[in-house]
Design a protein around this ligand. Structure first.
Ligand SMILES: [Zn+2]
Length: 531
């Protein structure tokens, strides 16, 4: 086959009756084909998608569209598993799995067939890379999206279902009556309040573009469906009706952590742009109960004198993050196949790590790894004759207030909280060790500041572990803010980086990190002078 002949064969593109007709050279199914079908314009939620890598292709009156461009634009999650050639599309709690060149599909786990023998395909424009093309109507119907074909205007439109507001609100008694937002210590709390109690919601999801949402059944709303917030990581709160349920969607920028909980008539979203911000309910209670008491002045005036409290001894407090009912970040190991997909995504020009699913392998908890490393640090320090106090030695949950309180009451000279990092996406390529201190607890009366302590410990830990040193960061975290001695919170690796999780669960890597942290603590102790 002479390839040059085909390049010249890209003939023309003319309009008739709205839909354009094209002749283009396509590679698919192991061969090269001259495609002379109609070319439709494609719009998503009313907006035309320009510069598509490949226009919709019509086979047997069925349109195939590029899966990522169309469905991700609607907020769906698209995962391509190259090992099995599966495409998993998740939208609004429904999911459909289809396979390249196969007419078998699974909708929410139930097997069905794609009609008319038009299967998902890998199709390439001549000389370009292949795109994953999927039957638009089948996928849309499967996950509850609307498709409209307009032969006259030559348009395919995919959109979220129309909101039949009047009909729906008549049958729903409970309605959202207010949305409020406030920011404290880098955490934005959005409270959505209804007229009656809310008992159930879907599990929270985050789209690739950073919209956090939950669906609540038997709920309507009697206020405007959009509220501009523009606080911290939160830009807008939007409400959308789907039959008898409301979707509460929060558009965010640089959201690193979030929690969503129900409290009586309200749903409370806590959103932080800071990976280590504490967004557990304890932090919230602290903010509400101790408003104004946590500033510098309040803290300084009741500062205990370490030398008095400790009887002249130097104590180091180690705080293993989370524990008990609070597992902290959760990480799933990936199977070999999943790891292969992850590594391919890392190498691809357009990384799709953000849309990859978490692994399906064994689950690990931040609380367990943090405690294991804390105990190793304790053992190493005790070998050197250092007095170590642990805020927890088992699977228990001291509150965030109790942790620094233990250090304050004992007149400890140093406080170090050990945590593991994570991002809001299921999978991340971020890796390495970073450390936090609180600017409101950074005085030099101990001969060293919290920031100087942080710089020593993070360097030693990253060097010993042989990993990325992500640096010293200021963060107004409760445990470092409420401690009255040099205090840091170290994040020793990412639970949702599958490669890093593999290392973090190994005893040898934990030993290396613990060695580095212990070395750092010993160096800091050499500089500490009790006031
Ligand atoms: Zn943590």
């Amino acid at each position: 086959m002479k390839r040059t002949a085909f390049i010249l064969a890209i003939l023309c593109c003319f309009l008739f009756g709205g839909a354009a007709s094209a002749s283009m050279i396509l590679e698919y199914g192991g061969g090269v084909h001259n495609y002379t079908g109609s070319v439709f314009a494609l719009s998503v939620n009313g907006e035309e998608l320009k510069n598509l890598p490949l226009e919709p292709i019509i086979f047997n009156d069925r349109a195939l569209v590029p899966v990522r461009e169309v469905f991700e634009a609607l907020g769906a999650k698209v995962l391509y598993k190259s090992a099995t050639r599966d495409i998993v599309i998740t939208y609004s709690g429904k999911n459909v799995t289809i396979q390249i060149d196969s007419n078998v599909a699974y909708i929410d786990g139930k097997t069905t067939k794609i009609p008319d023998g038009v299967t998902p395909m890998l199709i390439a424009k001549w000389g370009e890379s292949a795109k994953t093309m999927v039957p638009v109507r089948f996928v849309s119907d499967s996950v509850g999206l609307l498709v409209d074909f307009d032969g006259k205007s030559g348009k395919i439109s995919v959109s979220e279902k129309e909101k039949e507001k009047d009909k729906d609100t008549k049958t729903v008694q409970n309605k959202i009556t207010g949305i409020s937002a406030k920011e404290k210590d880098g955490v934005v709390t959005v409270t959505v309040t209804a007229s009656g109690n809310i008992t159930k919601m879907s599990s929270p999801s985050v789209t690739a573009s950073g919209t956090l949402y939950v669906d609540v059944d038997n709920l309507g709303y009697s206020i405007s469906n959009k509220k501009e917030v523009n606080l911290g990581a939160v830009s807008t709160v939007r409400l959308g009706l789907h039959e008898n349920s409301v979707r509460i969607a929060i558009d965010t920028e640089n959201m690193k952590k979030h929690s969503v909980s129900i409290s009586g008539k309200s749903i409370i979203f806590m959103i932080a742009a800071d990976e280590t911000a504490e967004i557990t309910p304890d932090n919230k209670n602290d903010d509400e109960d101790n408003e104004g008491k946590t500033g510098d002045e309040g803290k300084d005036s009741n500062k205990p004198k370490p030398s008095e409290l400790s009887g002249g001894k130097i104590y180091v407090v180690l705080d293993a993050g989370h524990g008990g009912t609070d597992p902290g970040a959760i990480g799933n190991l990936m199977t070999e196949e999943e790891l292969e997909v992850f590594h391919k995504a890392l190498q691809s020009e357009e990384p799709i790590v953000d849309t990859l699913e978490a692994g399906t392998g064994k689950t690990y908890y931040e609380k367990t790894i943090a405690l294991s490393v804390a105990k190793k640090v304790r053992d190493k320090l005790e070998e050197k004759g250092v007095n170590v106090i642990m805020t927890r030695a088992g699977d228990t949950y001291p509150t965030l207030d109790e942790r620094p309180e233990i250090a304050n009451k004992r007149g400890a000279a140093m406080f170090l909280s050990i945590h593991l990092n994570s991002t809001v996406m299921p999978v991340t390529a971020a890796n390495g060790i970073e450390i936090y201190y609180s600017e409101s607890n950074n005085g030099k009366e101990y001969g060293i500041t919290s920031k100087e302590m942080a710089s020593i410990i993070v360097k030693k830990a990253a060097k010993s572990a042989g990993t990325t040193q992500r640096g010293v960061k200021a963060g107004n975290l409760l445990v470092t803010r409420k401690s009255v001695m040099p205090a840091n919170l170290i994040e020793i690796g990412f639970m949702n980086n599958p490669d890093e999780l593999l290392k973090l669960i190994s005893d040898s890597y934990q030993e290396k990190i613990a060695d580095g942290i212990a070395e750092g603590i010993l160096e800091v102790l050499g500089k500490i002078k009790l006031p």
